[in-house]
Design a protein around this ligand. Structure first.
Ligand SMILES: Cc1ncc(COP(=O)(O)O)c(C=O)c1O
Length: 361
């Protein structure tokens, strides 16, 4: 069976370095907000190209805390996309805001920037663009709209650690950017974790307090805050993983090139010329998705759908507003993700390609 992700092989390839990092933390006798978190924050900020990074407990809370630090209040509206992982919405709701959904491009599933302005109201305060599947949204175009309407931007970079937009890393462009270190991510921890990147001194100071019950100095609380801390163990593991991220992303890019070059008659997503993606997922499209997934399973290859239900169709999405989501509906109906990760061996990639090419599409 070719699994969709292969953590066992990943850990066994990195065992020496990871074990050393974990033991370093255990031996240190300090497990929350210590030297490892501090070092990781500096290393990740420098990798992304921002002044600051703040380690938090998850990607979801990275988005929620960013919005709160930017002054989003209950009842404000925050614009995002109809095709994303549901936690983007959870996070907006956690900040107290109302998520407002915009349709996507059917060629790549990214937010359709030309449709954003029609959803802006006096209550709109922020935009959360999602760099879906590891491909960057057109952030400059989004920034023009945000500046025109006095909105802030929180980039959702959960799937895009290392992706580039016009020479800059995603996560260095919005007022804040949120990363997830959920194990499946390109930069994955061995548990939950997340981070926020920003250039603003003010937002940084707020977030450092907010993630730690609003504490500004010991037993002094200037805001309510929450408990959302990246722990020392995950930070130490992430430092190891970060040192491999560029190499791993390049392996993903090479596998993607092979898929694009050798899959015959298969519809792949179009790619933006302004950026360099990191292929968190490799998504293809087919009108025979159920048969395709069954066929792949029979041939020992795991496939998944990211994401089968557009957000506006989720039962939990109670903030229904008038909106038109024809592209999202068609997109979600036809997409399927095939395995792509650095541990895939060449012969597995070849096998995946030949198996797909033998499918009667
Ligand atoms: C696009 C997107 N946003 C947000 C999240 C939330 O991250 P986490 O699972 O770390 O809370 C994820 C990951 O699941 C994601 O893929």
């Amino acid at each position: 069976m070719i699994p969709f992700v292969d953590f066992k092989t990943q850990y066994s390839n990195l065992k020496g370095e990871i074990d050393e990092a974990v033991h370093r933390v255990l031996d240190s006798g300090w497990y929350i907000l210590g030297n490892e978190v501090k070092a990781f924050e500096q290393e990740f900020a420098s990798y992304i190209g921002t002044k600051y990074c703040i380690g938090v407990a998850s990607g979801t809370e990275a988005i929620a805390l960013s919005l709160m630090a930017l002054g989003i209040h209950p009842g404000d509206e925050v614009i995002t996309t109809d095709i994303t992982a549901y936690p983007t919405i959870t996070a907006i709701a956690q900040s107290g805001a109302v998520p407002v959904l915009v349709d996507v491009h059917k060629e790549d599933g990214l937010i359709d920037v030309s449709k954003i302005e029609q959803y802006i109201t006096p209550k709109t305060k922020a935009i959360v663009p999602v760099h879906l599947y590891g491909q960057s949204c057109d952030i400059d175009a989004i920034k023009l709209i945000a500046d025109k309407h006095n909105l802030t931007i929180v980039e959702d970079c959960a799937q895009a650690a290392g992706a580039v937009y016009k020479e800059k890393k995603v996560g260095s462009i919005g007022s804040c950017a949120a990363f997830s270190f959920y194990p499946t991510k390109n930069l994955g921890a061995y548990g939950d974790g997340g981070a926020i990147t920003t250039d603003s001194d003010e937002i940084y100071n707020q977030l450092i307090a907010m993630r730690n019950y609003g504490q500004t100095s010991r037993y002094t609380h200037d805001s309510i805050g929450i408990n959302s801390r990246l722990d020392e163990m995950q930070a130490a593991i992430l430092r190891v993983k970060l040192s491999h991220l560029d190499k791993d992303n390049n392996i993903r890019r090479n596998i993607a090139q092979k898929y694009k070059g050798e899959l015959i008659g298969v519809e792949t997503l179009s790619e933006r010329s302004y950026g360099e993606g990191v292929y968190h997922l490799f998504v293809i499209k087919t009108d025979k998705r159920d048969q395709f997934m069954e066929y792949m399973e029979e041939n020992g290859i795991k496939t998944l759908i990211h994401f089968p239900i557009p957000i506006h169709e989720q039962k939990a999405f109670v903030w229904k507003k008038d909106g038109e989501y024809t592209n999202a509906i068609e997109f979600a109906d036809r997409i399927v993700s095939i395995p792509i990760y650095p541990e895939l061996k060449d012969e597995q990639v070849e096998y995946i390609i030949s198996t797909i090419n033998n499918f009667d599409n």
